[in-house]
Design a protein around this ligand. Structure first.
Ligand SMILES: Nc1nc2c(ncn2[C@@H]2O[C@H](COP(=O)(O)OP(=O)(O)OP(=O)(O)O)[C@@H](O)[C@H]2O)c(=O)[nH]1
Ligand SMILES: [Mg+2]
Length: 394
C-alpha cells in the first residue's frame, strides 16, 4: 500500500510527511524545497481488538498505544507540481514517474489561501483552483502515457483479437490499472468506435476516467490553523461535494508528535487532546496552547493528519484491517500476543486471507475460525474490518 502526497509547492507536503513518519526531511517556505522523492512509513489507526480479549498485544510491526493499533502504510512525498508540469514546467514531469506505483493520492492543499499557484506567499488565493489544476495536470500525465503507445497498442489488440480490458490492464499495470477499472470506464464512456480509431479527445477522456479509478484522491485542507482557512474549506466542500475534504494542520501534528517523542506530552495521533507529562518552557507551553485552542478544539478531527491517512486507506481504498488469531491461542510461538494486523483489499475472502498469509495456507485451506465466536467460516466468507481469524489447513 503506497500513498502519494501531491500538491503545488509550499503547501506542506513534506511537513505532512514528516508528521506522519517522523523522518528527517527538508521543510521550508520557498517553492521546490523537495527535489527528490522522500519515502517513509506512516501509520493508520485501528481500534485494537486486544481489549475485547482482555490482553495487551505485542505488535511485530507498528505499535499500539492504549489499545490503538498503528499499522504501517508506505508514504511518498514528491516535489511540488505546478501547472504545465506534465509538459515539463517547474521540476518537469520526471518525478510524476515516482507516483506511478501509488494506490491513492493525498492532495495537500493550502486551505489558508496564502500561497499562489507557484507556491509563493500571497493573500486571498482561492484553493479551489488548486484542485482543478492538479486534476487537470494528472489527466494530462495519464494522457501522455497512453497516447505514446495508443495506436500501436490498440491495433495490436484488434489484430490479435485480444481481450481489450485485460490487455489495457496489463499494458498499464505500472500505473496500478486493474481490469475491472478498465471495464467500468469502457461501460461508462460507451465509445462506439474501435480503440485504434479513437481521437485524442476520446483517449484523453479514457485516460481521465482511468486516472480517477486507479489513483483515487483525498484532499487534506492544510494550514487550517490559519484564520482564513475555515471559509475556504467550506467553499471547497461546496464546490466539490464528491471529494473527501479533511481540515488539517500538518505543522501542528508535527509539533505534537515531536513533543510526544521527547516525552513532554502524552499524545495519541488523531486524538483531540494531549496531556503534559514533562517540563515545558514558556515558548513550548505557548505553542502547544495555541495548537489546543486553534486546532484541536476547533476542528472535528484534531489536526486531521491521522484522519486523512485513515480515510485514504479505509474509505477511499476500502481496505480492511485483519488480525490473524488462533481460536484458542492469541499468541504466536514466541509468545507475542496478536503480533500482526494486516491490511487487505475490500471484498477479500477467507481464502484470499489464507493465500495472503502463505501460498500453502491457501492451497491447503480447510476453514477459517472466527476467534471471537469460534464459528467456522468457509472459503468464500467475506472479510469484515477488524476480523480476528485462524486459518485451518490440511
Ligand atoms: N501555518 C501552517 N504552516 C504550515 C503547515 N504545514 C506546513 N506549513 C509551512 O508551509 C511551508 C512549506 O512547507 P513544506 O512542508 O516544505 O511544503 P511542501 O509542500 O513540501 O513544499 P515543496 O517541497 O517546495 O513542494 C513551511 O514554512 C511550513 O512550515 C500548517 O499546517 N500550518
Ligand atoms: Mg516538500
Amino acid at each position: 500500500m503506497l500513498l502519494g502526497l501531491v500538491g503545488k509547492p509550499s503547501v506542506g507536503k513534506s511537513t505532512f510527511f514528516k508528521a506522519a513518519t517522523l523522518a528527517e526531511v527538508e521543510i521550508a517556505s520557498y517553492p521546490f524545497t523537495t527535489i527528490k522523492a522522500n519515502h517513509g512509513v506512516g501509520y493508520v489507526k485501528v481500534d485494537c481488538i486486544d481489549k475485547e480479549f482482555n490482553v495487551q498485544c505485542n505488535p511485530n510491526h507498528g505499535f499500539c498505544i492504549d489499545h490503538n493499533r498503528f499499522v504501517a502504510v508506505d508514504l511518498m512525498d514528491v516535489a511540488g507540481l505546478v501547472p504545465g508540469a506534465s509538459e515539463g514546467k517547474g521540476l518537469g514531469n520526471q518525478f510524476l514517474d515516482d507516483l506511478r506505483q501509488a494506490d491513492a493520492f493525498i492532495h495537500i492543499v493550502d486551505a489558508s489561501g496564502t500561497t499562489d499557484i507557484e507556491g509563493k506567499t500571497t493573500e486571498n488565493y482561492n484553493p479551489c483552483e488548486d484542485i482543478e489544476f492538479l486534476e487537470d495536470e494528472l489527466d494530462t500525465w495519464y494522457f501522455n502515457i497512453l497516447k505514446k503507445v495508443w495506436k500501436t497498442f490498440a491495433r495490436k489488440t484488434e489484430l490479435e483479437d485480444m481481450n481489450f480490458s485485460e490487455a489495457v490492464a496489463k499494458q498499464f499495470s505500472g500505473l496500478k490499472v486493474v481490469e475491472d477499472d478498465v471495464k467500468d470506464v469502457l461501460r461508462k464512456l460507451g465509445f462506439e468506435k474501435r480503440a485504434s480509431q479513437w481521437d485524442d479527445k476520446q483517449i484523453r477522456k479514457f485516460a481521465s476516467e482511468l486516472r480517477k479509478l486507479s489513483k483515487p484522491m483525498i484532499i487534506a485542507a492544510n494550514k487550517c490553523d490559519i484564520g482564513s482557512a475555515k471559509a475556504n474549506i467550506e467553499k471547497m466542500k461546496k464546490k466539490f461535494p464528491d471529494l473527501i475534504i479533511i481540515p488539517c494542520s500538518a505543522d501542528s501534528e508535527l509539533a505534537l508528535r515531536e513533543a510526544a517523542k521527547h516525552e513532554l506530552i502524552k499524545y495519541i495521533p488523531g486524538e483531540k487532546s494531549f496531556g503534559v507529562i514533562g517540563n515545558l518552557n514558556e515558548k513550548q507551553r505557548g505553542a502547544l496552547d495555541k495548537i489546543k485552542k486553534k486546532v484541536l478544539e476547533e476542528f472535528e478531527f484534531g489536526t486531521g493528519v491521522q484522519e486523512v491517512l485513515n480515510r485514504a486507506v479505509f474509505d477511499l481504498l476500502k481496505y480492511l484491517a485483519i488480525f490473524p488469531a488462533g481460536a484458542n491461542k492469541l499468541a504466536d510461538s514466541k509468545g507475542n500476543v496478536l503480533p500482526d494486523c494486516f491490511l487487505l483489499p475490500g471484498g477479500s475472502t477467507a481464502l484470499d486471507f489464507a493465500f495472503f498469509l502463505h501460498t500453502d495456507f491457501g492451497k491447503n485451506f480447510i476453514k477459517a475460525i472466527d476467534a471471537r465466536s469460534k464459528k467456522a467460516l468457509g472459503k468464500s466468507y467475506k472479510l469484515k474490518n477488524r476480523d480476528a481469524l485462524e486459518i485451518v489447513t490440511r
